[in-house]
Design a protein around this ligand. Sequence first.
Ligand code: AMP
Length: 228
Amino acid sequence: MAIVVLLGPPGAGKGTLAESLCAAFGFAHISTGDILREEIRQGTELGRRVSACMESGALVPDDVVTAIVAGRLGQDTVRQAGSLLDGFPRTVRQAELFDRMLASGGMALDRVLLLEADRDLLVRRLTARRVCSQCRTVFNVIFQPPGRDGVCDRCGAELRQRPDDMEATALERLAVYEEQTAPLVAFYARRGVVVRVDAGRAREVVHRDACVALGLGVLSAERDGKGS
Ligand code: AMP
């Protein structure tokens, strides 16, 4: 069972890559951002606790996200499939708690895939991102526009901008990344588990390079296979 962490700044394309890798290789996709947004959408107590924090671009407390990930990693189906963590860990404290969680479950981290991209590109990608309000498909009004303005190509529902993708908040999230998450690159590099991909290119190219960097063999997402 492989455990892979996707690391990189907001806008690098972690979610998009996670989806294509999971479709091609059958990993369980664990996105703490998606899980938290779903809690907010459903109006749960947890959602109410974290919504202001998320909308401001700040990180939610380490213990909250760590508990979410521990719950997912403990599920049998997830253990069998292998996991792709997207957006966790995001602080050194979370990485330390993650280490303990893995050790106590008899698991180990295989690889950290670092997505690198130029800051200007990240800002342009974040502020131009639109997400389907129903099926969550991600578009970008500059780089990957929908066929009809504001309408999802896949299901026809309305596209929306994430509140934290507004320019001021996007800039805040990039600053939070530099300050709190970027130190994880050195943290994991010391263990020799980091592989890097240039995330500034088209999603198909990033997918292919990520497969190679992770030693997975290139398998396109369209095949929807379960490993090579
Ligand atoms: P993302 O979808 O990964 O960009 O995450 C969106 C927001 O969710 C972040 O800006 C944080 O407020 C929150 N979040 C997601 N993952 C974490 C994490 N591992 N630690 C703290 N906050 C998180």
